[in-house]
Every structure is written in structure tokens, then in C-alpha cells.
Ligand binder design. Structure first.
Ligand code: ZN
Length: 309
């Protein structure tokens, strides 16, 4: 007897679209209420652990890495944006590194397309803050706008800081490049960018939550739909193995370290108390889970991978 071609996976072509030295495309879908969320990975960046945290002893930092079974000398920092699909209307939260990041990053567009999305169909892009790993995906190095039809929404306090020429002039030399990069990305669309206030609804189902400290206008987002609630923590913490475990620790990227620490403790405490699902930009993929209390500290409990959405 013959088996119809459609009846058996054995009859599918033997070739796989995934190369043998690559992972499957880095996207992961989950629901918040009836909203479809797709986490889209943009690879990773690596940096030496020495000097990464400004207020902890290196032995304590290595201890935290040991406890998480991570390498002791460098930290691998993942990048994960979110796509929110509201009945075919696509909103991105942050845009990845584009072609401006480390060679181990820049996977975003391939992963986004593998998830079935088209950059021309993105309606709105909501930005958490203006560090390059969150905004460079908006514009390639050659100036090309990556999302031609999208409206770009940014935190008012973030725009006020980075677009202020006096602040750029007063900034230390090491920070001037970040100011120039903000102008490179947003300059050509400065008249069209929409600014939003903290605690306002940015797009339906998405409310801005002031999470200042990491940058002057750094913003988290509460995504709510029906019973579903997701707190998009943005860079409230960098890698959870370090900063969820040790919320007092300040990464060198935290521009106002004390304010960033207070924000971190407040949002982690809220997420733990309310048992909200959380998403982090810099957690291991798919960068979503929950926050558990652990004595005076917290632990990040990643979601279990599920084939059922
Ligand atoms: Zn970041």
C-alpha cells in the first residue's frame, strides 16, 4: 500500500532550512490575554566582567556568575525585542542593534522575517530609551529607514535629555558618541516622532511606566489585555543572574545608579507581589518569566518553553 505524501513527516524533504551550526530562528510566541506577543532575538553582546558593575567586589560578582553556572570572566548579554500583534496591527517595543552592534548581534531582521513579519507592515514602534542597542535597528548605518511606514513613539523625558544640545556639550567625552547616535537615528524623523508621557497609554493595551535611572527617561511598559498582564522591564535590570539576584548592584550603563537601583527594587517588588509575568530586554531568550522573592533578594524564573501558544 502507498502512503499519501501528506500523511507522514518521513516524506518531507530531507534538507532542513536550518544550517547545522545554527540555532532555530530566535522568535518565541506567547499570549497576554488575547494579545499575541512575539519575542524576537537580536543575538548577544559579550563584555569583560571586570568593570561591569560599579559597586560590587569582583569576587562577589564572580560568585553570582558561579551560582548561575555562567562563565566567570565575561558576561554574555542577550538582546530581545517584542512584537505585539493586535488583530494584525503590529507594534514593536524597541528595535534592536540593526547593523551597528557587535558581530554576535544583528540577527533581528532574519528572526523577525522568520516569524512571518514584514518590516513594512509595522505600524508603531515604541522605544524604551535611547541607548544604541534599543534604537539602532530603526536606521541602518547607511541612513536607510528600516520601518518606512511606522510611527515612532518615544518617552518625552528621554527626548528632552538626549536632544538637548547643551546636555550634549556638557557631557563627558565618553558619552558624546551616544548623543551623536541619537541624532543620527532620530534627526531625519525629528518632526514626526511622537513623544509620550509616563503613565499614559502609548498604544491600546500598552501603558508607559516611568522607570528612570538607567537613563533619564528610561521606561517600562505594562501590557494588559483581559486577565493578562505583562510588565516589560526594558533595562530595569541587565542580566537577571546578576541584577535580579542583586538589585543593589549598578551596571556601568546605569546613568543615575542610585535612582536606577530604587526603580529596580520597586519594579521587582511589584512584579513579585502581583505575580506579573515580566519580560527583560537583556535576559536569556525568550527573556520572559516571573519574579520570585528569595529572602531580601529576588530570583528570575523563566517560562517553560511551550509548543502550545
Ligand atoms: Zn540595553
Amino acid at each position: 500500500m502507498t502512503i499519501p505524501a501528506s500523511a507522514s513527516a518521513q516524506t518531507l524533504p530531507a534538507t532542513s532550512p536550518v544550517e547545522p551550526d545554527r540555532q532555530a530562528p530566535g522568535f518565541y510566541r506567547y499570549k497576554v490575554g488575547d494579545l499575541m506577543i512575539t519575542a524576537v532575538n537580536d543575538g548577544v553582546g559579550r563584555r569583560p566582567i571586570d568593570g561591569f558593575i560599579r559597586n560590587a567586589e569582583i569576587d562577589d560578582v564572580r560568585g553570582a556568575l558561579d551560582a548561575a553556572f555562567l562563565p566567570r570572566d565575561s558576561i554574555t548579554i542577550p538582546f530581545t525585542t517584542l512584537v505585539i500583534d493586535r488583530g494584525g496591527k503590529l507594534t514593536l517595543i524597541d528595535a534592536g542593534n540593526g547593523d551597528s552592534g557587535a558581530p554576535t548581534s544583528g540577527l533581528w531582521m532574519a528572526n523577525f522575517r522568520a516569524a512571518g513579519f514584514d518590516p513594512a507592515a509595522v505600524e508603531t514602534i515604541v522605544i524604551s530609551h535611547f541607548h544604541g542597542d534599543h534604537i539602532n535597528g530603526l536606521r541602518l548605518k547607511d541612513g536607510t529607514a528600516v520601518f518606512p511606514s511606522a510611527e515612532v513613539l518615544v518617552p518625552e523625558a528621554e527626548w528632552a535629555f538626549w536632544m538637548d544640545d547643551a546636555k550634549m556639550a556638557a557631557a563627558p567625552d565618553g558619552m558624546k558618541g551616544a548623543f551623536q547616535n541619537v541624532r543620527r537615528v532620530f534627526g531625519p524623523i525629528a518632526g514626526e516622532v511622537k513623544q509620550f508621557k509616563a503613565d499614559s497609554e502609548v498604544v491600546p493595551n500598552v501603558t508607559a511606566v516611568a522607570a528612570y535611572g538607567h537613563t533619564p527617561g528610561h521606561t517600562a511598559f505594562a501590557v494588559t489585555a483581559g486577565e493578562g498582564r505583562l510588565m516589560v522591564m526594558s533595562d530595569t535590570t541587565n542580566h537577571p543572574a546578576l541584577f535580579v539576584r542583586n538589585p543593589e548592584w549598578q551596571a556601568i550603563f546605569d546613568m543615575d545608579g542610585d535612582m536606577a537601583r530604587e526603580t529596580r527594587k520597586r519594579l521587582l517588588d511589584m512584579a513579585a507581589s502581583e505575580k506579573m509575568q515580566v519580560a527583560f530586554y537583556h535576559a536569556p531568550f525568550p527573556a520572559t518569566g516571573h519574579i520570585a522573592r528569595d529572602g531580601d533578594s529576588f530570583a528570575f524564573v523563566p517560562v517553560a518553553w511551550s509548543p502550545i501558544i
